[in-house]
Design a protein. Structure first.
Length: 99
């Protein structure tokens, strides 16, 4: 049985958070979910598009923002530049002063 939308979503967000501001290939998510990962790619891209529309992920091609569903070649996914994992500063931001 293929993974459901919630599992794909959580996998994409976990990979993005683990990268600490760096991008990853959507196929990494697919490979982590199934040995036969290629058939998952349309669902992975759809979920990435949904997360991008919510402002939770950014999709790029050659460093430029793109629609994850647009054809034209490979894409990379990452957290948006101004976001961070809950409780952590955004990548590149100064540390918060001690309390």
């Amino acid at each position: 049985m293929p993974p459901d939308h919630d599992l794909i979503r959580s996998t994409l967000l976990a990979l993005a958070a683990a990268r600490e501001g760096k991008s990853f290939c959507p196929s990494e998510a697919a490979r982590s979910l199934a040995d036969n990962w290629r058939p998952l790619m349309p669902a992975i891209r759809q979920c990435a598009a949904d997360l991008a529309n919510l402002g939770l992920l950014t999709a790029t091609r050659r460093g430029q923002p793109v629609d994850p569903l647009a054809s034209g070649g490979p894409i990379r996914l990452s957290l948006p530049p101004d976001s961070a994992a809950p409780g952590l500063p955004a990548p590149g931001s100064p540390p918060s002063p001690p309390h």
